[in-house]
Ligand binder design. Structure first.
Ligand SMILES: NC(=O)c1ccc[n+]([C@@H]2O[C@H](COP(=O)([O-])OP(=O)(O)OC[C@H]3O[C@@H](n4cnc5c(N)ncnc54)[C@H](OP(=O)(O)O)[C@@H]3O)[C@@H](O)[C@H]2O)c1
Length: 287
């Protein structure tokens, strides 16, 4: 089955389901997990310089046997070390990843480049021209960060990778509106927060009833995690997740072929999520 993809503003496509090497795999060897992900059909792999495991991500890619052209690999710029250019860091990343290019290169955190976003972005634009990064984008950006970066930019970021799930829906709505105007795709990390990090909230009963309805209709076990994935899919938002368990990886992959939630179900999740605000990562985004 061809992976489900979402179009980007630069003419490229991003696979809807991504497997990350941060959070649970942060600074750990990711090779085995990456091999399992690729063997089960995941082609979008999300790394970062800050995760300190790009070399093992590269090992997982190399040993998977999957042609490079069928994979979509992301890495992210961390804090810029004294005396190094953005290009220096990407060349180092590519060496660790054992790749000639990444499909997506992101600025990981705007707060790492205070007052320098425009200059950093100019370097990103050059790296895209050079072909070392096919698409360029950002992560954890607020509207004010975009306003700073876009002033004088030649390329509009293709992606903003953000924490996104029902408990940050309300807080994120103005940002998503802004991104829509500029044709910047949001991708979600932390999407499983309502069932993994913030259980016991108002979304729980809604997920339970939708899970029951879908399990009955589909005739096989559908999980609450999959329903959260379908909620993201209904908004055209790629899900970047991770797992240490092959069974769960299979579950994530199977989400792609589940039927859509009804508009009423999407609204019920959104409304329940809007009753509570809970951000699990980057709390400074709420300041
Ligand atoms: N740009 C950024 O600043 C940023 C920040 C955070 C994350 N990310 C990226 O996004 C990726 C995914 O982030 P995330 O870990 O927050 O994603 P997530 O999809 O919210 O959570 C995935 C985790 O949930 C666990 N899980 C899944 N279903 C579960 C269930 N039913 N019950 C209990 N646990 C369950 C998995 O553990 P098991 O091993 O048990 O399956 C896995 O560790 C990261 O690896 C990273 O690449 C980026």
């Amino acid at each position: 089955m061809a992976p489900l993809t979402i179009p980007l503003n630069d003419g490229k496509q991003i696979p809807w389901l991504g497997f990350g090497t941060g959070t649970a795999l942060y600074s750990k060897d990711a090779e085995a997990a990456i091999r399992v992900a690729i063997a089960n059909g995941i082609v979008h792999l999300d790394g970062a310089q800050m995760y300190q495991n790009e070399d093992s991500l590269g090992n997982g890619i190399a040993s998977s046997g999957k042609p490079r052209s069928e994979l979509f690999v992301t890495t992210k710029l961390g804090k810029l070390p004294e005396g190094k250019t953005v290009r220096d860091t990407l060349v180092e990343s590519l060496k660790k990843l054992k790749l000639d290019y990444v499909d997506l290169f992101l600025i990981h955190m705007p707060i790492h480049h205070e007052g320098k976003l425009k200059a950093v972005w100019k370097e990103f634009e050059e790296l895209q021209k050079e072909g070392l990064a096919k698409s360029i984008g950002v992560s954890n950006f607020r509207i004010k960060d975009f306003e700073e970066l876009l002033d004088g930019a030649n390329v509009v970021p293709a992606v903003n990778q953000i924490e996104y799930h029902p408990y940050v829906y309300k807080a994120t709505a103005p940002l998503l509106e802004f991104q829509k105007k500029h044709n910047i795709v949001a991708t979600s990390y932390g999407g499983l927060t309502p069932i993994v990090r913030q259980k016991g909230g108002p979304v729980d009963p809604v997920l339970a009833s939708i899970t029951q309805r879908l399990t009955k209709d589909v005739g096989k076990n559908v999980t609450e995690g999959q329903v959260l994935g379908l909620w993201l899919r209904s908004q055209g938002i790629p899900e970047i997740t991770t797992s240490s368990k092959e069974e769960r990886v299979k579950e994530y992959v199977a989400t792609q072929t589940l039927p859509d939630l009804t508009p009423e179900e999407v609204n019920a999740i959104t409304e329940a999520g809007s009753k509570v605000h809970h951000r699990a990562f980057c709390k400074w985004l709420d300041d």
